[in-house]
Design a binder for this molecule. Structure first.
Ligand code: GPU
Length: 833
């Protein structure tokens, strides 16, 4: 009986495993140990940050176990093709919450932390998000590495470990002020440095030819200096699957041997200067979104991370016993816009110069490896670099580009004899004035697949900026409509809605978003609609409290939350919404007793520091807010809020609280949009133009459940061709005239009639984004929105149908499309491997 007793005792005693245990006791023990052995603290004297670090290290330990198993399984198998997602930006957002969801231990961690005397929400709020991106493009990369892990696609995300990410925005006197983003100051528990995997990157100097031992003519690059790239890895866990990939970001450092050998005169200050110059490369993210800076350091960043990543990939490939020319069998590279497109030339350089692969074989390998995603039709966003800058920084790479171009243009002239226009348009080198390297052309020549990010965008790409390329390589073109991860943007950020959905249709949908269709019947269920409404109201109360705290403005949670959050850009037309606000304000001023739907207009978004018009739009929003919010005639029926520092953390609080999603870009200008998807998944209705993915969202949710307005892309082009005259429209629309006059009167600028002139003058005389043409259509549509809002049951029915029909816009579907159409990669089940 004694033996029996001890058996029972042993079985019931918890087996604490501080490194991988997922139970509450193991988590508690692990947190306590990390707190002491990493932070030197205990539960009694811990700071919130120490606690955040201990909890995160506890989670990180568990991720590493999965990462290790995944990569061992992948690297044990010689036939696996991996994806390399190359991107200058990864706008990751906070890591703790999503990792708890992916590991399926949110409840356990909540309890563990509670039993230690703290609240998990407070600890999660402590995280400083890695803001290593500007906007949609960087956030898309983050959603895609999440989905690749969840779909069990072996993949590495490659990028730059910026010491300073996107600036923090504060608003002073209505203006944007930029503050440096010191995201690493309190430590980063999610990354591990891998100095043993460091690689060197050459810069400057000259090239020379030589004869190798077989008397072949070869070229080598004698650089001025080299920079070392140190990889930092962050595990990327899949959702409720054992697969775990990683993000590998490069930090630049001075190459060690260099400051001794090359500064042999003992020139200490030269050596220090070299160290600073090297470390500068990964210092800061350029804050321009869809705008060219043309800065030398930016090109250095691009070449630096591309060269580091390709060398790393080649090292992995060779460790697998691969031949250099079989690189494409091991790797599929996706170039996130043209920022990493120098990869085409760099991979050629590595194959030809370093591994002595024949040019034609190397070219086949390179083209079979690389694919290119285009994210914009705006001509000002198409990257080009002065040839002189290339020659100065990466001379051997430029020579290779010239060789690629020479061979390519020969092919063009044989396919299209005598078509000199085509030849000069398709050349990688722009020779119309000062010579430039056109990065999109380099990508199109060297990639086996080219894709746009929404149906309309892909069609317009083919008709407009890439027309010549379709004629040359029709088989290269694909569409892959963007998507977003429902784990972060619904499960984590909207627990109220998630629980309601789980109660109704089960919990399979976050990994299989088409399941949401099962919600459709609930749209006609009054009791469900009531629960749905109350979830939304709770989310709005949370946001209202935050708005009060951050801006001082008191807003009414039962008013309609009309939201536009995204980078500030003229083509996105935040100022069109401002014109609408002023029109409503005028209606109230003309008739203070008018029956008007109470609305809270919420704006958020950063402007590029050098983009004057965008910064003035921020000032205009705040100025209109100051007047409208404080006018007693308004009786709090309209409120205008500029929510400062729109980032992933804040976005997660805003989307769940929105009633109306503003997606009002000029048709043909927004490649896809992804915020539009996040709003709709959280049960906001969209007012939008036929632009980007709006078209497909409307198709999915149904025309009746989407507020459409405005010119089509074709009508915009027609109007431009026929001599668009914004002033004529202004002359013939009284409401519009009154709105513009009100701005010009100085009413929103303490009598200063000049402050907003650059905006109004531009609208009246140029209006490149056609606000005047769309104004009356927009106002009419907004009036319909207000009418619909009055019918609560109808509004909620429509909102529920939006949620139910968003399955297509999971980034899991986008990744499946990439796998099938472009990468030819299949899921790799590590349990079966
Ligand atoms: N986008 Br190009 C950016 O966020 N930054 C850029 O430099 C360029 C494009 C966006 C597009 O504007 C947006 O429409 C799209 O949804 C997103 O990329 C992801 O494809």
């Amino acid at each position: 009986s004694n033996a029996n007793n001890s058996k029972v005792k042993r079985a019931s005693a918890p087996t604490i495993d501080v490194r991988s245990g997922m139970d509450v006791e193991s988590l508690k023990q692990a947190i306590t140990e990390h707190l002491f052995y990493q932070q030197g603290r205990n539960i009694v004297n811990t700071s919130l940050n120490d606690l955040y670090m201990a909890v995160s290290h506890t989670v990180h330990d568990r991720l590493l176990q999965h990462e290790h198993k995944t990569m061992n399984a992948v690297f044990d198998n010689n036939n696996v093709r991996l994806v390399s997602y190359m991107s200058a930006e990864f706008l990751m957002g906070p890591q703790l919450g999503v990792n708890l969801i992916d590991l399926n231990i949110m409840a356990e961690m909540e309890q563990a932390v509670q039993e230690l005397g703290f609240s998990l929400n407070t600890i999660m709020a402590q995280e400083e998000e890695p803001g290593l991106g500007n906007g949609g493009l960087g956030r898309l990369a983050a959603c895609y590495i999440d989905s690749m892990a969840s779909q069990q696609i072996p993949a590495i995300g490659y990028g730059i470990r910026y010491e300073f990410g996107i600036f923090d925005q504060v608003i002073r006197d209505g203006w944007q002020v930029e503050i440096t983003d010191k995201w690493l100051r309190n430590g980063n528990p999610w990354e591990s440095a891998r100095p043993e995997l460091a690689v060197n990157v050459k810069f400057g100097g000259h090239t020379e030819s030589y004869l190798d031992s077989n008397e072949y003519l070869r070229y080598r690059w004698k650089p001025d200096y080299m920079v070392t790239g140190i990889p930092y890895d962050t595990p990327i866990m899949g959702y409720k699957v054992p697969s775990c990939n990683f993000l590998r970001l490069w930090k630049s450092e001075a190459e060690e041997s260099f400051d001794f050998s090359s500064f042999n005169q003992g020139d200490y200050y030269k050596a220090v200067e070299y160290k600073v110059k090297s470390e500068n490369i990964s210092k800061v993210l350029y804050p321009n979104d869809e705008m060219l800076g043309g800065k030398k350091l930016r090109l250095k960043q691009q070449y630096f991370f591309v060269s580091c990543s390709l060398q790393d990939m080649m090292n992995i490939h060779l460790r697998f016993d691969g031949k250099p020319q079989d690189f494409h069998k091991r790797w599929a590279i996706q170039l996130n816009d043209t920022h990493p497109s120098v990869a085409v030339a760099e991979l050629m350089r590595i194959l030809v110069d370093e591994y002595h692969v024949d040019w034609d074989v190397a070219w086949h390998t390179t083209c079979s490896t690389c694919s290119y995603t285009n994210h914009t039709l705006l001509p000002e966003a198409l990257e080009k670099w002065p040839v002189g800058l290339f020659a100065y920084l990466i001379p051997r790479v430029l020579e290779i580009i010239f060789e690629i171009n020479y061979r390519f243009l020969k092919e063009v002239s044989s396919r299209f004899p005598g078509d000199n226009g085509k030849l000069s348009r398709m050349s990688i080198i722009d020779e119309s004035g000062e010579k430039f390297v056109r990065m999109a052309n380099l990508a199109c020549v060297g990639c086996c697949a080219i894709n746009g990010v929404a149906e309309l965008h892909t069609e317009l790409l083919k008709q407009q900026i890439l027309h010549d390329w379709v004629e040359m390589f029709p088989e290269r073109f694909h569409n892959v409509t963007n998507g977003v991860t429902p784990r972060r943007f619904v499960v984590l950020s909207n627990p109220g809605l998630s629980n309601l959905i789980i109660e109704s249709i089960g919990d399979k949908w976050p990994g299989k978003l088409d399941e949401l269709r099962k919600l459709e019947p609930f749209a006609d269920d009054a009791a469900f609609r009531e629960k749905f409404r109350s979830v939304k109201l709770e989310n709005k109360k949370i946001l209202a409290a935050l708005i009060k705290e951050r801006t001082g403005v008191v807003v009414n949670p039962s008013s309609m939350f009309d939201v536009q959050v995204k980078r500030i850009h003229e083509y996105k037309r935040q100022h069109l919404s401002v014109l609408h606000i002023i029109a409503l304000y005028l209606r109230i001023k003309q008739n203070p007793d008018i029956d008007i739907v109470p609305r809270t207009f919420i704006f958020g978004g950063k402007a590029a520091p050098g983009y004057f018009s965008a910064k003035l739009i921020i000032k205009l929003i705040n100025s209109v807010g100051d007047v409208v919010n404080n006018d007693p005639d308004v009786k709090d029926r309209l409120k205008v809020v500029f929510f400062p520092d729109f980032n992933v953390t804040n976005a997660q609080l805003i989307y769940p609280a929105a009633d109306l999603s503003e997606q009002i870009s000029t048709a043909g200008k927004e490649a896809s949009g992804t915020g539009n998807m996040k709003f709709s998944m959280n049960g906001a209705l969209t007012i939008g133009t036929l632009d980007g993915a709006n078209v497909e969202i409307r198709e999915e949710v149904g025309n009746d459940n989407f507020f459409l307005f405005g010119l089509t892309a074709a009508q915009v082009e027609d109007a431009k061709r026929n001599g668009y005259n914004p002033h004529f429209i202004y002359d013939n629309n009284e409401e519009l005239r009154n709105v513009i006059s009100m701005i010009n009167s100085g009413r929103f600028s303490n009598g200063d009639t000049n402050l907003f002139k650059p905006i109004t003058d531009n609208l009246l005389w140029h209006d490149p984004f056609m606000l005047m043409a769309d104004f009356s259509l927009y106002i009419a549509c907004q009036d319909l929105v207000a009418e619909t809002w009055k019918n609560t049951a109808e509004w909620n029915r429509m909102a529920i149908l939006n949620v139910a029909r968003m399955g297509k816009f999971s980034s899991d579907r986008s990744i499946q499309d990439y796998c099938e159409k472009i990468w030819k990669v299949k899921p790799f089940n590590i349990r079966k491997a």
